[in-house]
Design a protein around this ligand. Structure first.
Ligand code: NAI
Length: 330
């Protein structure tokens, strides 16, 4: 039986995790879930945010399903997500963003893949406060990491019949850091003559995305712009409740939704489990359970088509009612 690390996370994490586990179980997929802790719950039990047990579990199983983990804002411990990605060298964050037919949005032709560099940029977390009236944060961009993520984006494009890779930077202002990222993308692009290559500044990219999203195919971005732009692209297809993702390294992968712990609706049975479910569906495909993945996706789409929607999509169904309907439709 396949062993997979499970991180149920914080906020709405436990609710949506239960939903996804129930659906996978109802499909008859047998998985040996290796549940581990991270974040505040790990501090409470082990005194650290990312215990060795958790890291070793992902390293050994090479695959994890993860719900969001809270990071205190403006104070407190450093992000567990950033630490996980750095320690496991999960250098690529892939967020496929496409219309789901039953979810009506302003656009019906979105099919964008966001490839986000996942290990450096301002997420290096190197900050200092020279005095109480100023603060500095260092943006790290390296040639190795920029070449590696560019190659990932172009390989992804070739393997998935994508026509274009568009690199997104602010190289007019951050001439050295974003300039290096851009130059690496240009260098890699030369080795992929079959794939169109385009360059755009991040501010213009955001404007174009909310006007004509259909023009974009694969977007290649440094860490921070990738984080922000992938929330924007989630908004194009119905919001964070339906946006899936995966962190990819050489040796392991962590499947997780784009959204966070949603403290405003946590514990109220209101969360939409779709984003985590779609991430889990991609995970099942990756481990070779394509038929099960397909049948869960069909049940999910059928449920949404029947108008069974959670509050974030304008519906009135709770997380558990939605889950039961997906199971009925399997
Ligand atoms: P958020 O993504 O948690 O929430 C933003 C808005 O979207 C909220 O109104 C929330 O209710 C809604 N939302 C998100 N997911 C939803 C779902 N599945 N169903 C229905 N509505 C949903 O972003 P926010 O509030 O900025 O962050 C909250 C916490 O989550 C912070 O501590 C942050 O650090 C953490 N976070 C963790 C991530 C991770 O573990 N990968 C990613 C992003 C944020």
């Amino acid at each position: 039986m396949k062993k997979i690390t499970l991180l149920k996370g914080d906020g709405i994490g436990p609710e949506i995790s239960e939903s996804v586990l129930k659906i996978i179980d109802a499909q008859g997929v047998k998985i040996d879930w290796d549940e581990q802790l991270a974040g505040q719950k790990a501090i409470d039990k082990y005194g650290v945010t990312l215990p060795e047990n958790t890291l070793n579990s992902v390293i050994n199983n090479q695959i994890a399903l993860k719900a969001p983990v809270t990071t205190p804002i403006g104070k407190g411990f450093r992000s567990v997500n950033v630490e996980l990605r750095k320690k496991l060298n999960l250098y690529a964050n892939l967020r496929c963003c496409y219309n789901i037919p039953a979810i009506k949005t302003r656009f019906d032709n979105v099919d964008i893949v966001v490839v986000r560099e996942n290990t450096e940029d301002l997420y290096a977390g190197i900050e200092r406060q020279p005095d109480e009236n100023s603060a500095e944060s260092i943006k790290i961009i390296t040639k190795d990491a920029s070449l590696r993520i560019s190659e990932f984006a172009f390989n992804y494009a070739v393997e998935n019949n994508r026509k274009e890779v568009c690199v997104v930077t602010k190289a007019n202002i951050c001439k050295l850091s974003d300039g290096l990222f851009l130059n690496c993308a240009r260098e890699v692009a030369k080795n992929y003559p079959q794939t169109k290559f385009r360059e755009i500044l991040v501010d213009n990219c955001c404007m174009q995305l909310v006007q004509k999203p259909e023009q974009f195919d694969v977007l290649l971005l440094p860490n921070l712009y990738g984080d922000i732009v992938s929330d924007l692209t989630a908004g194009l297809i119905g919001g964070l409740g339906v946006a899936q993702g995966v962190n990819i390294g050489k040796d392991c992968r962590i499947y997780e939704p784009v959204h966070g712990a949603a403290p405003d609706i946590a514990g109220q049975n209101k969360a939409n489990p779709t984003a985590l479910l779609l991430s889990a569906i991609e995970m099942l495909k990756y481990i070779g359970m394509k038929n099960d993945a397909e049948s869960i996706k069909n049940a999910l789409y059928k449920t949404l088509n029947e108008g069974i929607l959670t509050g974030d999509l304008g519906g009135k169904y709770t997380c558990s009612e939605f889950t039961d309907c997906v199971i009925k439709n399997l």
